[in-house]
Write a protein that binds this ligand. Structure first.
Ligand SMILES: *[C@@H]1O[C@H](CO)[C@@H](O)[C@H](O)[C@H]1NC(C)=O
Length: 401
């Protein structure tokens, strides 16, 4: 009898626990339909991750004195974006004494600084506009080794410009899709107009959420009349769109939040209507490619993803690549036909992964799948350096001589 009673009470408490968990889950879903809560989940901008450090003291993030110039760029809707201009190491070495002699900290007139003048006055300088992922700031996590990898191929010439989107770090405002795109456009505008760097010497680099902003910006400029195309666009760990992302996303690579719902397509489709910022990279990349093909503009797209990326599964890159390749031909190509072509012509690099390059008369679309590199660690890898150098060389062969 005692055994039965025990069993019964275990049963009772277990069902209370299950009901409570379901209740919490339903509450979470309900919260997710609210725009403010949703934007916190999508952008994670409340998580600065550099709480105990001052971004205006870049030395505490491992930089040399005045290697980084903290300053701000204003958007047309008057948001002050917090930005870092990062000097490549060999250029720094050549000007070490003069750089050391300047005051440190936030700069209100960046044009008065030597670092800025070294960028503006060198006709061979290249500029990487860096669009970071969700959460954190310009100084968080693997972003710092990322900046080093970006300029490692030509450390006398390749500068990096990175910034926090509205609502992130020290930048004012609250994030939203149109706002983030406007932020990135303002930064590109600053690079062209204030720093005087033509688009042919600018490369757009984005990781994770930043890839969605990168392709939106590339597309925006390609659609201008006359069209504006950059030296290259490099995307690390992109995603197809937010709806597909949430159906596969796992917090810290382990806890699936919405993927259980993806098993109920109708419910999932219904909930999709509540997604405010959709970030449709698949459509934007297709339009970007189609526009350049139509205009006969030279373009270069590189998409990089690691197979052990648990935050955004690498299948997203295969799909994004397909959408891009499909847009190169008037009749298109099916996913399976492209997979077959990959089997025939992709470059197999063993433990280093594989590379598939799709070349047209005007453009190159390159997919690089790494075996390892996780979601962010890959940003500091030499594969990033190579992607940058390949793009810059293709845009101007004299750059690597
Ligand atoms: C592929 O391209 C064709 C032709 O442009 C288009 O009709 C089709 O919608 C594209 N497919 C995808 C999945 O984008």
């Amino acid at each position: 009898m005692a055994g039965d009673e025990l069993l019964a009470s275990i049963f009772k408490y277990a069902s209370i626990a299950v009901a409570a968990a379901l209740g919490l889950y339903a509450t979470l879903l309900w919260c997710l339909t609210m725009p403010t809560f949703q934007s916190h989940v999508v952008y994670l901008h409340a998580f600065q991750m550099t709480w105990f450090k001052d971004l205006n003291v870049p030395e505490t993030f491992g930089f040399l004195r005045n290697q980084v110039t903290p300053f701000s760029i204003e958007t047309p809707d008057r948001v002050q974006l917090y930005a870092w201009h990062i000097l490549p190491i060999e250029l720094y070495r050549k000007h070490e004494r003069s750089l050391n002699a300047e005051p440190t900290g936030f700069v209100s007139d960046i044009t008065s600084r030597l670092a800025f003048q070294l960028l503006r006055d060198d006709p061979e300088a290249r500029l990487i506009i860096h669009l970071h992922g969700a959460g954190g700031t310009v100084g968080s996590g693997y972003r710092v080794p990322n900046y080093r990898a970006l300029s490692a191929g030509q450390p006398e010439k390749i500068h990096v410009l990175t910034f926090d989107y509205r609502g992130f770090g020290r930048s004012a405002g609250t994030p939203c899709e149109s706002g983030l795109i406007r932020d990135a456009l303002s930064v590109v505008d600053w690079a062209i107009k204030v720093a005087g760097i033509p688009p042919s010497r600018i490369l757009i680099f984005g990781q994770s959420m930043g890839t969605a902003v990168s392709i939106a910006v590339s597309q925006h400029f390609a659609l201008q009349s006359p069209p504006v195309v950059f030296a290259g666009t490099v995307l690390v760990a992109p995603f197809i769109d937010v709806a597909t992302l949430v159906s596969t996303y796992r917090v810290a690579g382990t806890i699936p939040i919405l993927s259980p719902l993806a098993r109920f397509p109708r419910l999932f489709q219904y909930l999709q209507r509540y997604i405010k910022d959709t970030w449709r990279t698949k459509d934007r990349i297709a339009e970007y490619v189609r526009t350049n093909e139509r205009n006969g503009e030279k373009y270069r797209l590189t998409i990089i993803h690691a197979e052990d990326d648990y935050d955004i599964p690498w299948h997203h890159t295969e799909m994004v690549f397909w959408y891009a390749v499909n847009a190169t031909t008037p009749v298109g190509i099916s996913y399976d036909a492209l997979e077959q072509k990959k089997l025939d012509s992709k470059l197999n690099l063993g433990a280093a992964g594989s590379v598939m390059e799709w070349t047209t008369d005007h453009g190159v679309i390159r997919e690089e799948i790494l075996k390892t590199g996780l979601h962010d660690v890959v940003m500091g890898y030499p594969i990033v350096t190579m992607a940058v150098m390949r793009s810059l060389e293709a845009a101007d062969p004299s750059f690597t001589h």
